[in-house]
Design a protein around this ligand. Structure first.
Ligand SMILES: Cc1cc2nc3c(=O)[nH]c(=O)nc-3n(C[C@H](O)[C@H](O)[C@H](O)COP(=O)(O)OP(=O)(O)OC[C@H]3O[C@@H](n4cnc5c(N)ncnc54)[C@H](O)[C@@H]3O)c2cc1C
Length: 401
């Protein structure tokens, strides 16, 4: 059976960036498994725009050569901020062809511990061994559906991650639950596709990003001061942004403070460019759904202000909750060996779990390395940290058997 030095599970921004960086380690045989950029391509709606700024939308590579600008030049693609999702997917696929041309598109269906490291089973039944494994499998498995909605049949309710195309809702009444970017952008897109939309959010107000005050501040600050207050990673408000861009410093703070900062940095918020597009969409703030009852082909919804409405579908834009045990490819025996807190792995330097040789990148790393790990821009830090730890502790060059 083939033995690799290192296998990466997942070919999204983190898996691809990690592969590009790890290739710099001489003699290290790296293999990446998974469909490239599939979460962005299949689990986010067409017509969406990225919320992150230009620098934070770059997928890191060791030579800073695989940039959005280089992609635009190579493809004659013209786009600016906010970056349309189809261009980001195109960019990611181009990055993959350039940096990881030998990507193996098969999914990993099972990962378990093995005396030689780890054993991975692939979608077609093949199996490989690897001395190290880097899990970069994203958040798709962590879609959060509040319990109150779980009894409803799938045609009456779905999570925002289940949709790529909202056209099927034309002429239907859709209630969206949530008050963050996903809820607001889905509301705008559904309205534009001809659905009758209402948004219900628990929060008493919507936090709009990039408003007049912050724009004026940005304008007045000048580049030097702006760069002092905001890191290019574009995660978190002024000053805090600089700290969050340095996970090794953030990790030194007391746990309670780290948790507070993480919450502040990723609170639900909407991009300012959505405001006008939501002019015709009623948004009920400070309200929760208290009862849902199927009624023929529709669903009756009651809110905590006693108001009732009947809709064709409830869209849950209720986010994601990391819980490692939800990765269905992870053998339960292996999960139980990973030191965890609230579903998150406790990671050491090099984003390594308590199981030697098993690393986890992306959102599951946020408890240990901060909210930067939830965004594309965190892939540079994660990849470099991975390289540092693996290069310093390099396994024997692999011999395929
Ligand atoms: C609606 C929405 C909008 C967002 N907008 C932004 C934004 O503007 N900017 C930003 O920085 N972040 C944004 N994010 C967050 C974004 O998800 C992460 O930044 C980014 O996807 C992290 O990359 P990743 O590689 O960790 O995960 P992913 O992009 O999810 O990639 C993981 C990959 O692993 C693959 N995979 C999973 N299981 C297996 C398996 N068993 N075998 C093989 N492959 C597997 C998946 O198919 C997927 O392709 C957004 C998220 C959502 C939901």
């Amino acid at each position: 059976m083939t033995i690799f030095d290192l296998v990466i599970i997942g070919a999204g921004p983190y898996g691809l960036a990690a592969a590009a960086h790890l290739r710099a380690i001489k003699g290290l045989e790296v293999r990446v498994f998974g469909q490239p950029m599939s979460f962005w391509d299949q689990n986010m709606p067409a017509g969406m725009f990225l919320r992150s700024n230009w620098t934070a939308t770059q997928i890191a590579d060791p030579d800073s050569a695989l940039t959005l600008e280089a992609y635009q030049a190579a493809h004659g693609a013209k786009f600016a901020l906010p970056v349309p999702i189809e261009h980001f997917v195109g960019y990611g696929l181009w990055y993959q062809r350039e940096a990881v041309p030998d990507l193996d598109r098969r999914n990993v269906t099972h990962l378990e511990a093995h005396p030689k490291g780890f054993r991975l089973t692939l979608a077609d039944g093949d199996a490989v061994l690897s001395r190290r494994v880097v899990i970069a499998a994203g958040i798709g498995a962590f879609a959060w559906r509040p319990p109150d909605f779980r009894s409803l049949p799938a045609f009456l309710t779905s999570h925002s991650s289940e949709h790529r195309d909202f056209r099927k809702f034309a002429g239907k009444r859709v209630l969206i639950v949530g008050g963050g970017q996903s809820a607001l952008e889905s509301g705008a897109l559904l309205h534009e596709e001809g659905a009758g939309v209402e948004i219900v959010a628990r929060s008493p107000r919507i936090h709009w990003l990039g408003g007049w005050a912050s724009k004026t501040l940005h304008h007045r600050l000048g580049t030097f001061t702006r760069n002092l207050l905001y890191a290019p990673t574009d995660v978190g408000p002024a000053v805090l942004s600089q700290l969050l861009a340095r996970p090794h410093l953030l990790r030194q703070l007391p746990r309670g403070l780290q948790d507070k900062l993480r919450k502040r940095a990723v609170r639900p918020a909407g991009a300012r460019w959505l405001v006008d597009r939501l002019n015709h969409t009623p948004i009920k703030l400070g309200r929760s759904v208290v009862e849902v009852t199927p009624a023929a082909e529709q669903v009756k919804v009651k809110l905590d202000d006693h108001s009732e409405r009947t809709v064709d579908h409830i869209l849950l834009a209720t986010g994601y909750r990391v819980d490692l045990s939800k990765y269905d490819f992870l053998a339960p025996g292996l999960v139980s060996l990973i030191d965890r807190f609230n579903g998150y792995p406790r990671l050491k330097e090099g984003l390594e779990t308590s199981v030697p040789g098993l690393h986890i990148l992306g959102a599951p790393a946020a408890w240990s390395f901060g909210p930067l790990m939830q965004f594309v821009s965190g892939a540079r830090y994660a990849s470099r940290a991975l390289v540092r730890s693996i290069a310093g502790n390099s396994p024997r060059p692999a011999k395929n058997r």
